[in-house]
Design a binder for this molecule. Structure first.
Ligand code: HEC
Length: 169
């Protein structure tokens, strides 16, 4: 094989690789594919996370620790982890708002928990959020604003970590 031919072959072989590397450079996040309906459900769940965070900060500013803890527990805490599980409600426990969670989602398998579309690393990050939120609730109930803020920042860190690693579109 001539040197020229070798070079041409080599560049053809490397071409898709270089565009991959370029795509990586522009957006380092891993793409997580999911059906459109589930993606909508996932993103609206995300927007609710931000609403919850906002409400927690407001409650902390008012020194209403009980309220801040309740929001964290009920909206972001371990009781909410089933949304990240493989099956939207398989791991439900009594007392968690099962009805509101599955309301309107029907039996469409596309609407099952988006957990089954998530790579294990992403699921683990989701679990870190639920853990951090439950930890925050416990700290907040002790009524120390400084400590509560520290614990809340551990919650927002889990949001940031996942956002830097994954995307769905
Ligand atoms: C397990 C991973 C993960 C965690 C944890 C997480 N997010 Fe997200 N979030 C995502 C992904 C992925 C997207 C979609 C990003 C994209 O594709 O543009 C997203 C999108 C969003 C959006 C945009 C929604 C829209 O309609 O475009 C908001 C707001 C958001 N997240 C808030 C939060 C907040 C607040 C927290 C923490 C309390 C949080 N997220 C925790 C993965 C996560």
């Amino acid at each position: 094989m001539t040197k020229k031919l070798m070079l041409i072959l080599l560049s053809i072989l490397l071409l898709p690789l270089s565009s991959l590397v370029m795509a990586e450079k522009t957006d380092p996040r891993n793409m997580v594919e999911m059906p459109a309906k589930m993606q909508q459900h996932f993103l609206s769940n995300m927007r609710r996370h931000l609403i919850s965070l906002d409400a927690i900060i407001a409650a902390l500013a008012d020194e209403d620790f009980e309220k801040a803890a309740d929001i964290a527990d009920n909206q972001l805490g371990m009781g909410k982890r089933h949304q990240c599980d493989d099956d939207g409600h398989k791991n439900q426990h009594k007392g968690v708002d099962h009805k509101s969670m599955t309301k309107g989602l029907g039996k469409d398998p596309k609407n099952k928990g988006f957990g089954k579309m998530m790579p294990p690393e992403m699921k683990a990050m989701g679990m870190q959020l639920h853990h951090a939120a439950s930890d925050f609730a416990a700290v907040a109930r002790k009524g120390d604003q400084q400590e509560s803020l520290k614990a809340l920042q551990k919650v927002s860190t889990t949001c940031v970590a996942c956002h830097q690693t994954f995307r769905v579109r």
